[in-house]
Design a protein around this ligand. Structure first.
Ligand SMILES: Nc1ncnc2c1ncn2[C@@H]1O[C@H](COP(=O)(O)OP(=O)(O)OP(=O)(O)O)[C@@H](O)[C@H]1O
Ligand SMILES: O=C(O)C1=C[C@@H](O)[C@@H](O)[C@H](O)C1
Ligand SMILES: [Mg+2]
Length: 177
């Protein structure tokens, strides 16, 4: 059965969409992002889906997209920040190599900034929302993770190095092959 080389999970701003393509390049495999797949299939952006259909409808689309991706992709696969909220998804992830990219509240807040691209952080107090989100999800990220990499003090390329080390993969040497 096909399985991604690595599935990336973590909160908004942990760097799944940034680190994923770099990791895929280093491993010489394809990169897929569940959020991008959902947007392509729906023909709408995630904020549009949240606004017009609501979060539960988005989570249903996400559950189906991730189940499909886990069975089909063989490269690096980044999930949306809330994909692990679904019990079915967590059960599927038990069969896969999953890397939890962790980030602290200050670093995560700084990276997500005032962007409107993340409807789960919209509202009057994004700091409190982000803190609650981290606290509620931390045990869930950890429950599915094969490896955990702290991204706070690492640049994206350093996160890739740490992920490769955690997976026991040696990075291909530049210029070889
Ligand atoms: N290790 C890092 N150091 C500094 N900045 C980073 C790091 N990783 C990501 N960033 C920056 O943080 C922002 C958010 O990163 P990214 O979109 O990859 O997060 P994400 O985990 O995919 O979030 P989401 O769950 O919302 O999709 C981007 O501007 C990115 O450039
Ligand atoms: O953390 C979350 O719940 C989300 C993160 C993004 O990746 C998107 O999947 C969406 O904005 C929801
Ligand atoms: Mg992302």
């Amino acid at each position: 059965m096909t399985s991604p080389r690595a599935v990336l999970v973590g909160p908004p701003g942990s760097g799944k969409s940034t680190v994923g393509p770099l990791l895929a390049e280093r491993l010489g495999v394809d990169f897929r992002d569940a959020d991008a797949d959902i947007e392509a299939a729906a023909g709408r952006s995630i904020p549009e889906i949240f606004t017009s259909d609501g979060e539960p409808a988005f989570r249903e689309l996400e559950k189906r997209a991730v189940a499909d991706g886990l069975g089909r992709y063989d490269g690096v696969y980044s999930l949306g920040g809330g994909a692990i909220l679904a019990e079915e998804t967590r059960a599927l992830l038990a069969e896969h190599t999953v890397v939890f990219l962790s980030v602290s509240m200050p670093a995560g807040m700084q990276r997500t900034g005032m962007s409107t691209a993340r409807p789960v952080l919209a509202g009057v107090n994004p700091r409190a929302t982000y803190k609650q989100l981290l606290e509620a999800r931390l045990p869930l990220y950890r429950s599915v993770a094969t490896a955990e990499v702290d991204t706070d003090e690492r640049r994206p390329d350093e996160v890739v190095d740490a992920v490769l080390a955690a997976l026991g993969e040696k990075a291909p040497v530049e210029g070889s092959s």
